[in-house]
Design a protein around this ligand. Structure first.
Ligand code: SAM
Length: 246
């Protein structure tokens, strides 16, 4: 069937690819990938032949050139399979602009679901999973990060974020300034050989030597904010403090 196929690929273990993903990669008229070498490697591992098809490079920096080519093929009724380097396309990965243009052009979008680091991390975290918020990567500059963290730390949901291993420690320290007792989970190298899940209060993890020496790919998760207990005494004290300021 024609349309845009957004194909999820493994985040570590090569065999974490679905049979349907392989079918689609095998049968699509056109293949596109964030990194063509990564896709070629994936096809090789699973014995999917190219049969003369070329793999078009499509990422944020060349989308101005690649997207019109993909859209023209889609408008012609082709089936186009797109995969990012790892996990689910669009999730802190390229694909959104293409999906939006396809949706606006009434082109059918097919999801080929599979691994995605935020959900894998949530599964192993032991944190509440009934309500969660995926916040993506924190901003790089320190001031912006603090404001950003504070905003999400107040949300009444498990918060999932991506972080570079070099900065996890700093982020935990910043979280300590907001809520040192917040239950926090660091999940690294998920589905890979050195998979590790470290749980503890923010203040404990900030001093944990394992975090200081962290390597690999990391997802950080925060438990939801504990609701403020508004008993009579708390309200009275808060009111007195306000009145004293007037
Ligand atoms: N689209 C991808 C997905 O659905 O999983 C996410 C892509 S994003 C550019 C890459 C980030 O995802 C990494 O920096 C890391 O935070 C997280 N990540 C990806 N694979 C991971 C793994 N195996 N273990 C832990 N985190 C991972």
């Amino acid at each position: 069937e024609s349309g845009l196929y957004l194909v999820a690929t493994p985040i570590g273990t090569a065999r974490d690819i679905t049979l349907r993903a392989l079918d689609v990669l095998n049968s699509a008229d056109m293949l596109a990938a964030e990194d063509t070498r990564v896709m070629r490697h994936l096809l090789d591992i699973h014995g999917v032949p190219l049969r003369g098809r070329r793999i078009l490079s499509h990422h944020d920096h060349n989308a101005d050139r690649s997207q019109p080519i993909l859209m023209a093929a889609l408008r012609d009724g082709a089936s186009v399979a797109f995969a990012s380097d790892a996990g689910t396309p669009l999730i802190s990965d390229p694909g959104f602009r293409l999906a939006r243009e396809a949706a606006e052009a009434d082109i059918r979008i097919h999801a080929i679901p599979g691994p995605s680091a935020p959900l894998v991390a949530l599964s192993v975290s032991g944190l509440p999973s009934d309500r969660f918020l995926f916040a993506g990567f924190p901003p790089a500059t320190k001031g912006q990060r603090k404001t950003w963290l504070k905003k999400w730390a107040e949300v009444d949901a498990t918060v999932i974020l991506f972080e570079s291993p070099r900065r996890v420690n700093q982020t935990l320290r910043e979280l300590c300034e907001i809520d040192p007792d917040r239950l926090t989970v660091v999940a690294r190298e998920l589905t890979k050989k050195f998979e590790e899940v470290i749980r503890g209060k923010a203040k404990e993890l900030a001093d944990d030597p394992r975090i200081a020496a962290l390597k690999g790919e990391v997802v950080l998760l925060l438990d939801r904010a504990t609701p403020v207990q508004a008993d009579d005494d708390t309200i009275r004290t808060a009111l007195r403090a306000r009145l004293a300021l007037m």
